[in-house]
Design a protein around this ligand. Structure first.
Ligand code: 5GP
Length: 200
């Protein structure tokens, strides 16, 4: 583990409610910081640069890749997405917990680099509900909706690569579940061994 902070990786299909759950989690838990990803996707209405994402050009993304500035990156639904490295490393060193909301390809890259990160997969209540949520968000074209729905099915098949699954029947329930996971992970003996030895 780098420093004392916990690295929490959250994935799940588009429309599963990851974004809402993560926002609620951060509201109640100020020691958890979210990493803002860089993407070549165009901003949706209401999205702000530096808040939702760093919206950058493909050239800039390629440059950051070649300078090894990403902890992980992936192409998701035809756009590049990546986690800038420095913010994550600095916060973990300072003892802050870091939340990454990233896709499964990126999550597997993190798993190789951070053996004690914790991997959480958020599921929608049903596939029908998932489709309703993507459609009613109204931000994607018909072909994008189909792409995201098909991707959801193949992502869910890979859930065994994660440590925890949360079914998003209710936002508040899902947030309580993540909070419980974080608390339990922090009590793991391996994470506390040095502290225990120093006291007893
Ligand atoms: P959206 O376009 O809906 O904001 O995000 C599309 C997908 O990209 C989501 O599954 C989201 O988790 C993933 N994503 C967002 N940021 C990153 C990132 O930095 N790295 C990777 N690998 N995936 C990301």
């Amino acid at each position: 583990m780098v420093g004392k902070g916990l690295l929490i990786v959250v994935s799940g299909p588009s429309g599963a409610g990851k974004g809402t759950i993560c926002r609620e989690l951060l509201k109640n838990n100020p020691q958890i910081k979210i990493s803002t990803s860089a993407t070549t996707r165009k901003p949706r209405a209401g999205e702000k640069d530096g808040v939702n994402y760093y919206f950058i050009t493909e050239e800039r993304f390629q440059h950051m890749m070649s300078e090894h500035e990403f902890l992980e990156y992936a192409v998701v639904y035809d756009n590049y997405y990546g986690t800038p490295k420095q913010y994550v490393i600095d916060n973990l060193h300072n003892g802050n917990d870091i939340l990454l909301e990233i896709d499964i390809v990126g999550a597997l890259q993190i798993k190789k680099k951070f053996k004690d990160a914790v991997f959480v997969f958020i599921l929608p209540p049903t596939l029908k509900e998932l489709k309703n949520r993507i459609v009613s968000r109204g931000t994607e074209s018909i072909s994008d909706i189909e792409k995201r729905y098909d991707a959801a099915i193949s992502e869910i098949k890979q859930i065994m690569k994660y440590d925890y699954a949360i079914i998003n029947d209710s936002i508040s329930g899902a947030v309580r579940d993540i909070e419980a996971i974080v608390r339990a992970e922090k009590c793991r003996v391996v994470r506390n061994y040095e502290e225990i030895l120093s006291r007893f």
